[in-house]
Design a protein around this ligand. Structure first.
Ligand SMILES: NC(=O)c1ccc[n+]([C@@H]2O[C@H](COP(=O)([O-])OP(=O)(O)OC[C@H]3O[C@@H](n4cnc5c(N)ncnc54)[C@H](OP(=O)(O)O)[C@@H]3O)[C@@H](O)[C@H]2O)c1
Length: 258
């Protein structure tokens, strides 16, 4: 067994690995010698992602599974995803990066419907994923679940109350699941601004995203906006370190310092 290259030969399931940060985790895991199963919201997005990854890494062991996580059947859909994913090899690590567009709203425009919409991907899904993960991973500290949150709870911004609420909740969830799922490790990654398709889904044009990335680069100590290749490292680290559980790893360009 590799002493430091701990992902070699492991099986990583990246839920939301079809694009964005999850795609970075898929590629990083493959470069580390892991087998990867990625999920996307549709058969088309999963198949496209697999084809692109295979073109970049011709010897990669990568499979794609369609799993739309926006439905009330989310627990059964996760169960089906795990059963399909583990067919060639048991799953060692689970990473959750799937998420819909962030719902930003003036406090007077918040409705019960919007709260429930925000909760779907950032409250209900991670909690039920913890439940399903516990059923499918070996009871070992070599196995892990890593979820994704964001830093808005620490740096409030007008209109972001619903997102700050679930963001703070996700850090608490990772810590408590670490106890509930032990010895399986549970952690969270808290990225700062990362250039991904998420911002396009939230209505930013390519020019606006470029302007936002430049504004971030001008401000933060690292002098550049983060890419998925940067923040993927946090997920790779948390999968590998058997001593890390209940941790929130922040990768945010030093934005908290300025
Ligand atoms: N980007 C940032 O600046 C940033 C900062 C902090 C936190 N985050 C958080 O990090 C996570 C990943 O963000 P990202 O920027 O990588 O987002 P992204 O590029 O928009 O990717 C989102 C992923 O979620 C999947 N997804 C969307 N709707 C789905 C559905 N109905 N069912 C199943 N999967 C679905 C997408 O799959 P398909 O492509 O197949 O539809 C895609 O793989 C999110 O929770 C986000 O809030 C992002």
């Amino acid at each position: 067994m590799a002493k430091y290259n701990k992902l070699a030969g492991k099986h990583v399931l990246v839920i939301g690995g079809s694009s964005g940060i999850g795609r970075g985790v898929v590629e990083g895991s493959i470069e580390a010698g892991a087998r990867v199963t990625l999920s996307g919201s549709s058969a088309k997005s999963a198949a496209t992602a697999v084809a692109e990854v295979q073109a970049a890494y011709p010897t990669a062991q990568v499979a794609g599974v369609a799993c739309d996580l926006s439905k009330d059947s989310v627990e059964a859909d996760l169960e089906a995803l795990f059963i399909e994913a583990k067919k060639p090899q048991p799953i060692d690590h689970v990473v959750l990066t799937a998420g819909d567009a962030l719902l930003i709203a003036d406090v007077q425009d918040i409705t019960l419907e919007k709260i429930r919409q925000v909760a779907r991907f950032r409250m209900e899904l991670p909690l039920l994923l913890g439940k399903v993960t516990a059923r499918h991973l070996a009871r070992s500290n070599e196995c892990s679940l890593t979820i994704s949150t964001g830093g808005i709870a620490d740096r409030p911004s007008p209109g972001w109350s619903m997102i700050a609420y679930v963001g703070a909740g996700l850090t608490g969830l990772a810590r408590n699941l670490a106890v509930d799922l032990k010895p399986v490790r549970v952690n969270a990654v808290e990225p700062g601004f990362v250039i991904t398709g998420l911002w396009g889904a939230m209505g930013l044009t390519a020019e606006q995203l470029e302007a936002q990335a430049k504004a971030v680069a001008d401000k933060v100590p690292t002098g550049r906006a983060a890419t998925v290749e940067d923040v993927a490292e946090a997920y790779l680290y948390l999968m590998k370190d058997r001593n890390a559980t209940g941790e929130i790893v922040k990768t945010r360009s030093g934005s908290n310092l300025v």
